[in-house]
Write a protein that binds this ligand. Structure first.
Ligand code: AGP
Length: 617
Protein backbone atom coordinates (compact mmCIF):
# COMPACT_ATOMS: atom_id res chain seq x y z
CA UNK A 1 0.00 0.00 0.00
CA UNK A 2 2.91 2.34 0.65
CA UNK A 3 4.37 4.83 -1.78
CA UNK A 4 8.02 4.66 -2.84
CA UNK A 5 10.21 7.13 -4.75
CA UNK A 6 13.91 7.05 -5.62
CA UNK A 7 16.26 9.42 -7.44
CA UNK A 8 19.84 9.36 -8.74
CA UNK A 9 21.20 12.26 -10.82
CA UNK A 10 22.79 15.69 -10.71
CA UNK A 11 20.01 17.58 -8.93
CA UNK A 12 19.44 17.82 -5.19
CA UNK A 13 17.48 14.64 -4.39
CA UNK A 14 15.55 15.97 -1.36
CA UNK A 15 13.02 18.25 -3.08
CA UNK A 16 12.42 15.69 -5.84
CA UNK A 17 11.73 13.00 -3.27
CA UNK A 18 9.43 15.24 -1.27
CA UNK A 19 7.44 16.22 -4.32
CA UNK A 20 7.18 12.56 -5.39
CA UNK A 21 5.90 11.61 -1.95
CA UNK A 22 3.23 14.27 -2.14
CA UNK A 23 2.01 12.74 -5.38
CA UNK A 24 2.00 9.29 -3.78
CA UNK A 25 0.15 10.16 -0.59
CA UNK A 26 -2.97 8.44 -1.86
CA UNK A 27 -1.10 5.17 -1.25
CA UNK A 28 -0.62 5.84 2.45
CA UNK A 29 0.10 8.81 4.64
CA UNK A 30 0.54 7.63 8.22
CA UNK A 31 4.18 8.71 8.15
CA UNK A 32 6.85 9.49 5.62
CA UNK A 33 10.59 9.71 5.31
CA UNK A 34 13.56 10.16 3.02
CA UNK A 35 17.23 9.17 2.99
CA UNK A 36 19.84 10.87 0.82
CA UNK A 37 23.46 10.14 0.08
CA UNK A 38 26.06 12.70 -0.90
CA UNK A 39 28.93 11.77 -3.17
CA UNK A 40 31.25 11.18 -0.21
CA UNK A 41 28.95 8.51 1.17
CA UNK A 42 27.45 10.64 3.96
CA UNK A 43 23.92 9.37 4.59
CA UNK A 44 21.16 11.50 6.06
CA UNK A 45 17.75 10.18 7.09
CA UNK A 46 14.71 12.32 7.92
CA UNK A 47 11.42 10.68 8.87
CA UNK A 48 8.30 11.74 10.67
CA UNK A 49 4.97 10.29 11.75
CA UNK A 50 1.91 12.26 10.77
CA UNK A 51 0.63 13.72 7.56
CA UNK A 52 2.63 16.76 6.46
CA UNK A 53 5.18 16.42 9.27
CA UNK A 54 8.03 15.53 6.91
CA UNK A 55 7.41 18.56 4.70
CA UNK A 56 7.39 20.78 7.82
CA UNK A 57 10.72 19.37 9.03
CA UNK A 58 12.39 19.38 5.63
CA UNK A 59 13.48 23.05 5.27
CA UNK A 60 15.64 22.90 8.40
CA UNK A 61 17.25 19.54 7.55
CA UNK A 62 20.58 20.84 6.23
CA UNK A 63 22.15 17.39 6.12
CA UNK A 64 19.76 16.50 3.30
CA UNK A 65 20.82 19.36 1.04
CA UNK A 66 23.95 17.89 -0.51
CA UNK A 67 22.57 14.50 -1.54
CA UNK A 68 22.18 13.71 -5.22
CA UNK A 69 20.93 10.17 -4.59
CA UNK A 70 17.96 9.32 -2.40
CA UNK A 71 14.92 7.27 -1.54
CA UNK A 72 11.57 8.19 0.00
CA UNK A 73 8.53 6.48 1.40
CA UNK A 74 5.02 7.29 2.48
CA UNK A 75 3.63 4.66 4.82
CA UNK A 76 0.37 2.86 5.43
CA UNK A 77 1.11 1.08 8.68
CA UNK A 78 0.86 -2.71 8.83
CA UNK A 79 3.43 -3.83 11.44
CA UNK A 80 4.12 -1.38 14.23
CA UNK A 81 2.27 1.78 15.21
CA UNK A 82 2.39 5.17 13.54
CA UNK A 83 5.60 6.55 15.09
CA UNK A 84 8.77 8.28 13.90
CA UNK A 85 10.74 5.12 14.62
CA UNK A 86 8.46 2.93 12.57
CA UNK A 87 8.49 5.35 9.64
CA UNK A 88 10.65 4.34 6.69
CA UNK A 89 13.51 4.40 5.66
CA UNK A 90 14.95 1.68 7.90
CA UNK A 91 18.65 1.02 8.36
CA UNK A 92 21.08 -1.75 9.23
CA UNK A 93 22.71 -1.62 12.67
CA UNK A 94 25.79 0.12 11.24
CA UNK A 95 23.51 2.53 9.39
CA UNK A 96 25.18 2.02 6.03
CA UNK A 97 22.32 0.10 4.36
CA UNK A 98 19.03 1.96 4.13
CA UNK A 99 15.78 0.70 2.60
CA UNK A 100 12.18 1.60 1.95
CA UNK A 101 9.69 -1.20 1.47
CA UNK A 102 6.21 -2.06 0.33
CA UNK A 103 4.61 -5.39 1.29
CA UNK A 104 4.76 -7.68 4.30
CA UNK A 105 7.71 -9.84 5.32
CA UNK A 106 5.65 -12.78 6.49
CA UNK A 107 8.53 -14.60 8.20
CA UNK A 108 9.99 -11.49 9.84
CA UNK A 109 9.70 -12.75 13.42
CA UNK A 110 11.91 -15.77 12.81
CA UNK A 111 14.36 -13.68 10.78
CA UNK A 112 14.48 -10.99 13.42
CA UNK A 113 15.23 -13.50 16.20
CA UNK A 114 17.99 -15.01 14.09
CA UNK A 115 19.50 -11.62 13.24
CA UNK A 116 19.42 -10.52 16.90
CA UNK A 117 21.27 -13.71 17.81
CA UNK A 118 23.87 -12.69 15.20
CA UNK A 119 24.28 -9.29 16.87
CA UNK A 120 21.89 -7.04 14.94
CA UNK A 121 20.16 -4.26 16.90
CA UNK A 122 16.59 -3.41 16.03
CA UNK A 123 15.03 -0.04 16.77
CA UNK A 124 11.53 -0.34 15.26
CA UNK A 125 8.57 -2.70 15.54
CA UNK A 126 8.33 -3.14 11.79
CA UNK A 127 8.76 -6.19 9.62
CA UNK A 128 10.77 -4.00 7.22
CA UNK A 129 13.78 -3.63 9.48
CA UNK A 130 14.89 -7.21 8.85
CA UNK A 131 15.57 -6.25 5.22
CA UNK A 132 18.52 -3.83 5.70
CA UNK A 133 19.81 -6.12 8.43
CA UNK A 134 19.75 -9.12 6.10
CA UNK A 135 21.40 -7.19 3.27
CA UNK A 136 24.13 -6.06 5.68
CA UNK A 137 24.54 -9.66 6.84
CA UNK A 138 25.14 -10.85 3.25
CA UNK A 139 27.53 -7.94 2.58
CA UNK A 140 29.55 -8.99 5.62
CA UNK A 141 29.71 -12.49 4.15
CA UNK A 142 31.44 -11.00 1.10
CA UNK A 143 28.56 -10.58 -1.37
CA UNK A 144 28.38 -7.53 -3.59
CA UNK A 145 25.26 -5.41 -3.16
CA UNK A 146 23.11 -6.87 -5.98
CA UNK A 147 23.86 -10.38 -4.75
CA UNK A 148 23.14 -9.44 -1.14
CA UNK A 149 19.85 -7.87 -2.17
CA UNK A 150 18.87 -10.91 -4.25
CA UNK A 151 19.73 -13.27 -1.40
CA UNK A 152 17.63 -11.14 0.95
CA UNK A 153 14.64 -11.22 -1.40
CA UNK A 154 14.98 -15.00 -1.63
CA UNK A 155 14.94 -15.27 2.17
CA UNK A 156 11.97 -13.05 2.96
CA UNK A 157 8.53 -14.55 2.42
CA UNK A 158 5.49 -12.77 0.97
CA UNK A 159 5.08 -10.19 -1.73
CA UNK A 160 7.64 -7.41 -1.28
CA UNK A 161 9.15 -4.48 -3.15
CA UNK A 162 12.35 -2.90 -1.84
CA UNK A 163 14.39 0.16 -2.78
CA UNK A 164 17.81 0.57 -1.15
CA UNK A 165 20.91 2.73 -0.75
CA UNK A 166 24.40 1.72 0.36
CA UNK A 167 26.75 4.30 1.89
CA UNK A 168 29.78 2.58 0.31
CA UNK A 169 28.24 2.96 -3.14
CA UNK A 170 27.17 6.61 -3.06
CA UNK A 171 26.28 7.12 -6.71
CA UNK A 172 23.82 4.27 -7.11
CA UNK A 173 20.36 3.14 -6.15
CA UNK A 174 18.98 -0.42 -5.90
CA UNK A 175 15.53 -1.98 -6.25
CA UNK A 176 14.01 -5.45 -6.08
CA UNK A 177 10.59 -6.96 -6.45
CA UNK A 178 9.21 -10.30 -5.35
CA UNK A 179 5.61 -11.51 -5.72
CA UNK A 180 2.58 -9.39 -6.38
CA UNK A 181 2.82 -6.76 -3.67
CA UNK A 182 2.82 -3.35 -5.25
CA UNK A 183 5.22 -2.69 -8.05
CA UNK A 184 8.39 -0.83 -8.90
CA UNK A 185 8.69 1.28 -12.00
CA UNK A 186 12.02 2.66 -13.23
CA UNK A 187 11.85 6.08 -14.90
CA UNK A 188 14.54 6.94 -17.45
CA UNK A 189 15.56 10.63 -17.53
CA UNK A 190 18.40 12.52 -19.22
CA UNK A 191 21.40 12.09 -16.94
CA UNK A 192 19.12 11.03 -14.11
CA UNK A 193 17.02 7.99 -13.17
CA UNK A 194 13.96 7.54 -10.98
CA UNK A 195 12.20 4.75 -9.13
CA UNK A 196 8.62 4.78 -7.95
CA UNK A 197 5.91 2.49 -6.66
CA UNK A 198 3.69 3.84 -9.44
CA UNK A 199 3.45 6.31 -12.25
CA UNK A 200 1.97 9.49 -10.70
CA UNK A 201 5.28 10.14 -8.93
CA UNK A 202 7.14 10.09 -12.23
CA UNK A 203 4.80 12.26 -14.27
CA UNK A 204 6.79 15.52 -13.94
CA UNK A 205 10.03 13.76 -14.87
CA UNK A 206 9.64 11.15 -17.58
CA UNK A 207 7.26 8.88 -19.43
CA UNK A 208 9.99 6.38 -20.42
CA UNK A 209 9.62 3.53 -17.99
CA UNK A 210 10.46 -0.09 -17.30
CA UNK A 211 8.33 -2.04 -14.79
CA UNK A 212 10.35 -4.38 -12.64
CA UNK A 213 9.08 -7.95 -13.02
CA UNK A 214 8.58 -10.45 -10.24
CA UNK A 215 12.00 -11.67 -9.06
CA UNK A 216 14.07 -8.93 -10.68
CA UNK A 217 16.65 -6.67 -9.04
CA UNK A 218 17.96 -3.43 -10.51
CA UNK A 219 20.92 -1.07 -10.07
CA UNK A 220 20.58 2.51 -11.22
CA UNK A 221 23.19 5.21 -11.72
CA UNK A 222 22.54 8.62 -13.27
CA UNK A 223 23.58 7.22 -16.65
CA UNK A 224 22.62 3.55 -16.69
CA UNK A 225 20.20 0.90 -15.54
CA UNK A 226 21.14 -2.73 -15.00
CA UNK A 227 18.55 -5.43 -14.27
CA UNK A 228 18.96 -9.07 -13.24
CA UNK A 229 16.45 -11.90 -12.95
CA UNK A 230 16.12 -13.98 -9.79
CA UNK A 231 19.05 -16.20 -10.85
CA UNK A 232 21.33 -13.22 -11.39
CA UNK A 233 21.20 -13.31 -15.20
CA UNK A 234 21.16 -9.94 -16.97
CA UNK A 235 17.64 -8.95 -18.10
CA UNK A 236 16.60 -6.45 -20.83
CA UNK A 237 16.47 -2.82 -19.68
CA UNK A 238 14.76 -1.19 -22.69
CA UNK A 239 12.13 1.33 -21.48
CA UNK A 240 8.65 1.74 -22.98
CA UNK A 241 6.98 5.12 -23.52
CA UNK A 242 3.73 5.62 -21.63
CA UNK A 243 1.39 8.43 -22.74
CA UNK A 244 0.64 10.73 -19.82
CA UNK A 245 -1.18 13.98 -19.47
CA UNK A 246 0.32 15.95 -16.57
CA UNK A 247 -2.76 18.18 -16.41
CA UNK A 248 -4.89 15.17 -15.62
CA UNK A 249 -3.22 14.73 -12.28
CA UNK A 250 -3.67 18.28 -11.15
CA UNK A 251 -6.83 19.19 -9.28
CA UNK A 252 -7.65 22.11 -11.52
CA UNK A 253 -10.47 24.25 -10.15
CA UNK A 254 -11.88 21.50 -7.95
CA UNK A 255 -11.56 21.45 -4.19
CA UNK A 256 -10.81 17.74 -4.15
CA UNK A 257 -9.64 15.13 -6.63
CA UNK A 258 -12.75 13.14 -5.81
CA UNK A 259 -14.97 16.00 -6.91
CA UNK A 260 -12.92 16.52 -10.06
CA UNK A 261 -13.16 12.84 -10.88
CA UNK A 262 -16.92 12.77 -10.30
CA UNK A 263 -17.25 15.66 -12.74
CA UNK A 264 -14.93 13.97 -15.21
CA UNK A 265 -17.35 11.07 -15.63
CA UNK A 266 -18.99 12.19 -18.88
CA UNK A 267 -15.55 12.57 -20.47
CA UNK A 268 -14.23 9.37 -18.88
CA UNK A 269 -17.27 7.39 -20.05
CA UNK A 270 -16.89 8.76 -23.58
CA UNK A 271 -13.27 7.65 -23.55
CA UNK A 272 -14.19 4.16 -22.32
CA UNK A 273 -16.88 3.76 -24.97
CA UNK A 274 -15.21 5.59 -27.89
CA UNK A 275 -14.47 3.38 -30.90
CA UNK A 276 -15.80 0.33 -29.09
CA UNK A 277 -19.55 0.86 -29.53
CA UNK A 278 -20.56 1.40 -33.15
CA UNK A 279 -24.14 1.71 -34.31
CA UNK A 280 -25.93 1.34 -37.60
CA UNK A 281 -24.94 -1.42 -37.99
CA UNK A 282 -24.21 -2.28 -34.39
CA UNK A 283 -20.72 -3.57 -33.62
CA UNK A 284 -18.65 -3.97 -30.47
CA UNK A 285 -14.87 -3.73 -30.81
CA UNK A 286 -12.85 -4.77 -27.78
CA UNK A 287 -9.40 -4.29 -29.20
CA UNK A 288 -7.44 -6.05 -26.46
CA UNK A 289 -9.78 -9.00 -25.94
CA UNK A 290 -8.55 -11.80 -28.19
CA UNK A 291 -11.55 -14.16 -27.66
CA UNK A 292 -13.18 -15.13 -30.97
CA UNK A 293 -16.90 -15.63 -31.56
CA UNK A 294 -16.28 -19.38 -31.30
CA UNK A 295 -14.52 -18.93 -27.97
CA UNK A 296 -17.47 -16.90 -26.68
CA UNK A 297 -19.99 -19.45 -27.96
CA UNK A 298 -18.23 -22.22 -26.03
CA UNK A 299 -18.71 -20.40 -22.71
CA UNK A 300 -21.27 -21.65 -20.22
CA UNK A 301 -20.73 -19.12 -17.46
CA UNK A 302 -19.05 -15.83 -16.54
CA UNK A 303 -17.60 -15.16 -13.11
CA UNK A 304 -16.71 -11.57 -12.18
CA UNK A 305 -14.30 -10.82 -9.33
CA UNK A 306 -13.12 -7.61 -7.69
CA UNK A 307 -12.93 -5.72 -4.41
CA UNK A 308 -14.81 -2.71 -3.03
CA UNK A 309 -16.08 -0.40 -5.73
CA UNK A 310 -14.79 -2.69 -8.45
CA UNK A 311 -16.84 -5.54 -7.03
CA UNK A 312 -19.92 -3.31 -7.01
CA UNK A 313 -19.36 -2.64 -10.71
CA UNK A 314 -19.09 -6.42 -11.08
CA UNK A 315 -22.52 -6.83 -9.47
CA UNK A 316 -23.95 -4.76 -12.30
CA UNK A 317 -21.78 -6.65 -14.76
CA UNK A 318 -23.55 -9.83 -13.70
CA UNK A 319 -26.90 -8.31 -14.65
CA UNK A 320 -25.53 -7.03 -17.97
CA UNK A 321 -24.07 -10.39 -18.90
CA UNK A 322 -27.29 -12.17 -18.02
CA UNK A 323 -29.51 -9.68 -19.82
CA UNK A 324 -27.39 -8.65 -22.82
CA UNK A 325 -25.05 -11.63 -23.08
CA UNK A 326 -27.61 -14.35 -22.40
CA UNK A 327 -25.14 -16.25 -20.21
CA UNK A 328 -25.34 -17.30 -16.56
CA UNK A 329 -23.11 -14.97 -14.57
CA UNK A 330 -22.06 -14.39 -11.00
CA UNK A 331 -19.76 -12.14 -9.04
CA UNK A 332 -17.50 -12.75 -6.08
CA UNK A 333 -15.29 -10.85 -3.71
CA UNK A 334 -11.71 -11.65 -4.81
CA UNK A 335 -10.45 -12.16 -1.25
CA UNK A 336 -13.10 -14.81 -0.60
CA UNK A 337 -12.90 -16.39 -4.02
CA UNK A 338 -9.17 -16.98 -3.88
CA UNK A 339 -9.49 -19.31 -0.90
CA UNK A 340 -12.42 -21.33 -2.19
CA UNK A 341 -12.45 -24.31 -4.53
CA UNK A 342 -14.78 -22.80 -7.08
CA UNK A 343 -14.84 -25.61 -9.66
CA UNK A 344 -14.12 -23.59 -12.75
CA UNK A 345 -13.04 -24.89 -16.13
CA UNK A 346 -12.36 -23.77 -19.66
CA UNK A 347 -16.05 -22.98 -20.16
CA UNK A 348 -16.07 -20.32 -17.45
CA UNK A 349 -14.82 -16.87 -18.41
CA UNK A 350 -13.33 -15.07 -15.41
CA UNK A 351 -13.54 -11.28 -15.59
CA UNK A 352 -11.55 -9.41 -12.97
CA UNK A 353 -12.09 -5.71 -12.29
CA UNK A 354 -9.38 -3.57 -10.76
CA UNK A 355 -8.90 0.14 -11.31
CA UNK A 356 -5.28 -0.03 -10.22
CA UNK A 357 -4.57 -3.50 -11.53
CA UNK A 358 -2.47 -4.00 -8.39
CA UNK A 359 -4.99 -5.05 -5.71
CA UNK A 360 -3.42 -8.01 -3.95
CA UNK A 361 -6.67 -9.94 -3.39
CA UNK A 362 -7.64 -9.69 -7.04
CA UNK A 363 -4.15 -10.61 -8.20
CA UNK A 364 -4.22 -13.62 -5.86
CA UNK A 365 -7.61 -14.71 -7.19
CA UNK A 366 -6.41 -14.36 -10.79
CA UNK A 367 -3.29 -16.43 -10.09
CA UNK A 368 -5.53 -19.04 -8.48
CA UNK A 369 -7.69 -19.15 -11.63
CA UNK A 370 -4.64 -19.44 -13.84
CA UNK A 371 -2.80 -22.07 -11.85
CA UNK A 372 -5.66 -24.27 -10.63
CA UNK A 373 -8.22 -23.98 -13.42
CA UNK A 374 -6.62 -22.47 -16.48
CA UNK A 375 -9.94 -20.76 -17.23
CA UNK A 376 -9.93 -17.93 -19.79
CA UNK A 377 -9.52 -14.50 -18.20
CA UNK A 378 -10.14 -10.87 -19.11
CA UNK A 379 -9.39 -7.95 -16.85
CA UNK A 380 -11.02 -4.52 -16.66
CA UNK A 381 -8.30 -2.06 -15.67
CA UNK A 382 -7.41 1.63 -15.72
CA UNK A 383 -3.63 1.39 -15.70
CA UNK A 384 -1.85 0.27 -18.86
CA UNK A 385 0.54 -2.59 -18.23
CA UNK A 386 -0.63 -3.13 -14.62
CA UNK A 387 -0.08 -6.50 -12.93
CA UNK A 388 -3.60 -7.78 -13.70
CA UNK A 389 -3.04 -7.27 -17.43
CA UNK A 390 0.18 -9.21 -17.24
CA UNK A 391 -1.62 -12.19 -15.67
CA UNK A 392 -4.16 -12.20 -18.52
CA UNK A 393 -1.33 -11.87 -21.07
CA UNK A 394 -2.76 -8.53 -22.13
CA UNK A 395 -6.40 -9.59 -22.48
CA UNK A 396 -8.00 -6.44 -21.09
CA UNK A 397 -10.62 -3.77 -21.40
CA UNK A 398 -8.78 -0.59 -20.50
CA UNK A 399 -10.96 2.06 -18.93
CA UNK A 400 -8.97 4.97 -20.43
CA UNK A 401 -10.16 7.21 -17.58
CA UNK A 402 -6.82 8.85 -16.86
CA UNK A 403 -5.30 8.67 -13.38
CA UNK A 404 -7.77 8.39 -10.50
CA UNK A 405 -6.17 10.06 -7.49
CA UNK A 406 -9.04 10.33 -4.97
CA UNK A 407 -8.94 7.33 -2.64
CA UNK A 408 -12.68 6.93 -3.17
CA UNK A 409 -13.20 5.50 -6.66
CA UNK A 410 -15.81 7.30 -8.73
CA UNK A 411 -15.09 7.69 -12.43
CA UNK A 412 -13.59 4.22 -12.66
CA UNK A 413 -16.79 2.80 -11.12
CA UNK A 414 -19.05 4.03 -13.90
CA UNK A 415 -16.37 3.36 -16.52
CA UNK A 416 -16.10 -0.26 -15.30
CA UNK A 417 -19.87 -0.54 -15.63
CA UNK A 418 -19.58 0.69 -19.23
CA UNK A 419 -16.77 -1.77 -19.97
CA UNK A 420 -18.87 -4.67 -18.66
CA UNK A 421 -21.87 -3.49 -20.64
CA UNK A 422 -19.72 -3.58 -23.79
CA UNK A 423 -18.41 -7.02 -22.93
CA UNK A 424 -21.98 -8.26 -22.36
CA UNK A 425 -23.00 -6.92 -25.79
CA UNK A 426 -19.99 -8.60 -27.38
CA UNK A 427 -20.93 -11.94 -25.77
CA UNK A 428 -24.61 -11.48 -26.69
CA UNK A 429 -23.83 -10.92 -30.37
CA UNK A 430 -21.39 -13.80 -30.62
CA UNK A 431 -23.90 -16.18 -29.05
CA UNK A 432 -26.85 -14.95 -31.10
CA UNK A 433 -28.62 -13.69 -27.99
CA UNK A 434 -28.71 -10.13 -29.35
CA UNK A 435 -30.12 -9.64 -32.84
CA UNK A 436 -28.68 -6.77 -34.91
CA UNK A 437 -31.56 -4.44 -34.01
CA UNK A 438 -31.19 -5.27 -30.28
CA UNK A 439 -27.49 -4.57 -30.47
CA UNK A 440 -28.08 -1.26 -32.22
CA UNK A 441 -30.53 -0.30 -29.47
CA UNK A 442 -28.27 -1.43 -26.65
CA UNK A 443 -25.25 0.44 -28.02
CA UNK A 444 -27.24 3.55 -28.92
CA UNK A 445 -28.45 3.69 -25.31
CA UNK A 446 -24.90 3.32 -24.03
CA UNK A 447 -23.64 6.09 -26.30
CA UNK A 448 -26.14 8.45 -24.65
CA UNK A 449 -24.81 7.67 -21.15
CA UNK A 450 -22.18 10.48 -21.00
CA UNK A 451 -24.86 13.12 -21.55
CA UNK A 452 -27.20 11.38 -19.09
CA UNK A 453 -24.48 11.55 -16.45
CA UNK A 454 -23.82 15.17 -17.34
CA UNK A 455 -27.47 16.01 -16.71
CA UNK A 456 -27.27 14.39 -13.30
CA UNK A 457 -24.16 16.44 -12.50
CA UNK A 458 -25.99 19.66 -13.32
CA UNK A 459 -28.13 19.09 -10.20
CA UNK A 460 -25.06 19.15 -7.99
CA UNK A 461 -26.27 22.14 -5.92
CA UNK A 462 -29.38 20.21 -5.05
CA UNK A 463 -27.35 17.28 -3.69
CA UNK A 464 -25.34 19.69 -1.55
CA UNK A 465 -28.50 21.30 -0.21
CA UNK A 466 -30.06 17.93 0.62
CA UNK A 467 -26.88 16.79 2.38
CA UNK A 468 -26.97 19.97 4.48
CA UNK A 469 -30.59 19.32 5.50
CA UNK A 470 -30.17 15.74 6.63
CA UNK A 471 -30.25 15.25 10.38
CA UNK A 472 -26.83 14.88 12.07
CA UNK A 473 -26.78 11.15 11.52
CA UNK A 474 -24.43 8.47 12.72
CA UNK A 475 -26.19 5.86 10.55
CA UNK A 476 -27.50 5.93 7.01
CA UNK A 477 -29.26 3.36 4.86
CA UNK A 478 -29.12 3.09 1.09
CA UNK A 479 -31.87 1.00 -0.47
CA UNK A 480 -32.28 -0.25 -4.02
CA UNK A 481 -33.59 -3.20 -5.93
CA UNK A 482 -32.45 -4.95 -9.08
CA UNK A 483 -29.96 -2.87 -11.04
CA UNK A 484 -29.94 -0.21 -8.31
CA UNK A 485 -29.00 -2.51 -5.47
CA UNK A 486 -25.29 -2.30 -6.48
CA UNK A 487 -25.65 1.49 -6.56
CA UNK A 488 -27.05 1.39 -3.02
CA UNK A 489 -24.01 -0.65 -1.97
CA UNK A 490 -21.67 1.77 -3.69
CA UNK A 491 -23.38 4.85 -2.21
CA UNK A 492 -23.01 3.36 1.26
CA UNK A 493 -19.34 2.52 0.67
CA UNK A 494 -18.63 6.09 -0.49
CA UNK A 495 -20.40 7.44 2.57
CA UNK A 496 -18.49 5.22 5.00
CA UNK A 497 -15.07 5.80 3.56
CA UNK A 498 -15.08 9.57 3.22
CA UNK A 499 -17.60 10.89 5.77
CA UNK A 500 -17.08 8.19 8.45
CA UNK A 501 -20.85 7.95 8.85
CA UNK A 502 -21.84 4.34 9.26
CA UNK A 503 -23.84 3.47 6.16
CA UNK A 504 -25.17 0.23 4.75
CA UNK A 505 -26.51 -0.60 1.32
CA UNK A 506 -29.29 -3.17 1.20
CA UNK A 507 -31.52 -4.78 -1.37
CA UNK A 508 -34.75 -3.12 -0.25
CA UNK A 509 -36.48 -6.49 0.13
CA UNK A 510 -34.05 -7.33 2.93
CA UNK A 511 -35.23 -4.42 5.11
CA UNK A 512 -37.99 -6.28 6.88
CA UNK A 513 -35.59 -9.09 7.72
CA UNK A 514 -33.71 -7.01 10.25
CA UNK A 515 -32.33 -3.62 9.16
CA UNK A 516 -35.70 -1.86 9.56
CA UNK A 517 -35.10 -2.05 13.31
CA UNK A 518 -32.48 0.69 12.81
CA UNK A 519 -34.96 3.19 11.42
CA UNK A 520 -35.87 6.25 13.45
CA UNK A 521 -35.91 9.96 12.72
CA UNK A 522 -32.13 10.16 13.16
CA UNK A 523 -31.37 7.52 10.49
CA UNK A 524 -31.94 8.88 6.98
CA UNK A 525 -32.61 6.49 4.09
CA UNK A 526 -31.52 7.10 0.51
CA UNK A 527 -33.94 5.07 -1.63
CA UNK A 528 -33.60 4.53 -5.37
CA UNK A 529 -37.11 4.14 -6.79
CA UNK A 530 -37.28 4.67 -10.53
CA UNK A 531 -40.38 3.89 -12.58
CA UNK A 532 -39.22 0.41 -13.58
CA UNK A 533 -40.53 -3.11 -12.98
CA UNK A 534 -39.66 -2.93 -9.27
CA UNK A 535 -41.12 0.54 -8.65
CA UNK A 536 -44.21 -0.61 -6.74
CA UNK A 537 -42.15 -2.71 -4.38
CA UNK A 538 -39.67 0.11 -3.76
CA UNK A 539 -42.56 2.47 -2.95
CA UNK A 540 -43.85 -0.01 -0.35
CA UNK A 541 -40.39 -0.12 1.23
CA UNK A 542 -40.29 3.67 1.33
CA UNK A 543 -43.69 3.71 3.06
CA UNK A 544 -42.38 1.29 5.66
CA UNK A 545 -39.51 3.67 6.44
CA UNK A 546 -41.81 6.71 6.54
CA UNK A 547 -44.19 4.88 8.89
CA UNK A 548 -41.30 4.72 11.37
CA UNK A 549 -40.48 8.44 11.20
CA UNK A 550 -37.49 7.86 8.92
CA UNK A 551 -36.24 10.71 6.74
CA UNK A 552 -36.24 9.60 3.09
CA UNK A 553 -34.26 10.95 0.15
CA UNK A 554 -35.77 9.35 -2.96
CA UNK A 555 -33.91 9.15 -6.24
CA UNK A 556 -36.87 8.79 -8.63
CA UNK A 557 -38.00 9.30 -12.18
CA UNK A 558 -38.33 12.91 -13.32
CA UNK A 559 -41.98 14.01 -13.07
CA UNK A 560 -42.93 11.43 -10.42
CA UNK A 561 -44.86 13.93 -8.32
CA UNK A 562 -46.61 11.15 -6.42
CA UNK A 563 -43.35 9.84 -5.02
CA UNK A 564 -41.92 13.33 -4.53
CA UNK A 565 -44.92 14.18 -2.32
CA UNK A 566 -44.32 11.17 -0.06
CA UNK A 567 -40.67 11.72 0.74
CA UNK A 568 -38.60 14.41 2.43
CA UNK A 569 -36.26 15.09 -0.50
CA UNK A 570 -36.60 14.10 -4.13
CA UNK A 571 -33.84 13.79 -6.74
CA UNK A 572 -35.17 13.49 -10.29
CA UNK A 573 -33.57 11.21 -12.89
CA UNK A 574 -34.47 11.73 -16.57
CA UNK A 575 -36.43 8.82 -18.03
CA UNK A 576 -33.90 6.55 -19.71
CA UNK A 577 -33.26 2.94 -20.73
CA UNK A 578 -33.57 0.60 -17.76
CA UNK A 579 -30.11 -0.93 -18.18
CA UNK A 580 -28.29 2.41 -18.21
CA UNK A 581 -30.32 4.02 -15.41
CA UNK A 582 -27.68 2.97 -12.79
CA UNK A 583 -25.18 5.32 -14.48
CA UNK A 584 -27.57 8.15 -13.57
CA UNK A 585 -28.37 7.04 -10.02
CA UNK A 586 -24.65 6.56 -9.29
CA UNK A 587 -24.08 10.34 -9.52
CA UNK A 588 -26.29 11.46 -6.60
CA UNK A 589 -25.08 8.44 -4.62
CA UNK A 590 -21.49 9.71 -5.05
CA UNK A 591 -22.21 13.40 -4.54
CA UNK A 592 -24.42 12.98 -1.47
CA UNK A 593 -21.54 11.10 0.16
CA UNK A 594 -19.11 13.81 -0.98
CA UNK A 595 -21.16 16.66 0.47
CA UNK A 596 -21.90 14.80 3.70
CA UNK A 597 -18.15 14.40 4.09
CA UNK A 598 -17.21 18.00 3.26
CA UNK A 599 -19.94 19.35 5.55
CA UNK A 600 -18.27 17.39 8.33
CA UNK A 601 -14.88 18.79 7.37
CA UNK A 602 -13.49 15.36 6.46
CA UNK A 603 -10.36 14.96 4.34
CA UNK A 604 -12.12 13.60 1.28
CA UNK A 605 -9.09 12.72 -0.82
CA UNK A 606 -7.17 11.06 1.96
CA UNK A 607 -9.64 9.44 4.34
CA UNK A 608 -8.24 7.98 7.52
CA UNK A 609 -7.00 4.38 7.58
CA UNK A 610 -7.33 3.93 3.81
CA UNK A 611 -5.00 3.79 0.86
CA UNK A 612 -5.88 3.98 -2.81
CA UNK A 613 -4.30 0.70 -3.74
CA UNK A 614 -4.46 -2.24 -1.36
CA UNK A 615 -1.35 -4.32 -1.86
CA UNK A 616 -1.43 -6.29 1.39
CA UNK A 617 -3.99 -8.84 2.54
C1 AGP B 1 -13.43 2.49 -3.25
O1 AGP B 1 -13.73 3.82 -3.15
C2 AGP B 1 -12.13 2.07 -2.70
N1 AGP B 1 -11.07 2.89 -3.11
C3 AGP B 1 -11.86 0.58 -2.81
O2 AGP B 1 -13.01 -0.12 -2.41
C4 AGP B 1 -11.40 0.05 -4.19
O3 AGP B 1 -12.46 0.06 -5.10
C5 AGP B 1 -10.84 -1.36 -4.00
O4 AGP B 1 -9.75 -1.29 -3.12
C6 AGP B 1 -10.44 -2.02 -5.29
O5 AGP B 1 -9.41 -1.32 -5.92
P1 AGP B 1 -9.00 -1.67 -7.41
O6 AGP B 1 -10.17 -1.33 -8.27
O7 AGP B 1 -7.80 -0.81 -7.69
O8 AGP B 1 -8.70 -3.13 -7.46
Amino acid sequence: MCGIIGYVGQQAAGPILLEGLQRLQYRGYDSSGIAVLDHDGALAVLKRAGQGALADAFPSAESIAAGRVGIGHTRWATHGGVTDRNAHPHSSTAGDVVVVHNGIVENYRALRDQLIEDGAEFVSETDTEVIPQLIAHHLRQGSDFPTALRATMATIEGGNSVVALHASDPQRLYAARKGNAGGIVIGFGEGEMFLASDMPALIPHTNRVRYLANGETARLSSAAVEIWDSDGNAAPTEPESIPLDPVAVAKGPYKHFMLKEIWEQPRALSDTIRGRARVDPGQVVLEDVPLSDDDLRRLRRVLIIGMGTSMHAGMLGRAYIERLGGLPADFDNSSEFRYREPLLGPETLVVSISQSGETIDTLGAMHHVKEAWNAPQITVCNVPGAATTRITDGSAIYLRCGPEIGVASTKTFTASMAALYLLACRIGVARGHLQPADLDDALGTLLAVPSLVDRMLQQSDRYEEIASQLPEASNLLYLGRGLHYPIAMEGALKCKEISYIHAEGYPAGEMKHGPIALIDRHTPTIAIALRDALYGKMCSNIQQVKARDGVVVAIGTEGDEELAAQVDHFIPVPATGELVAPFATAVPAQLLAYYLATLRGADVDQPRNLAKTVTVE
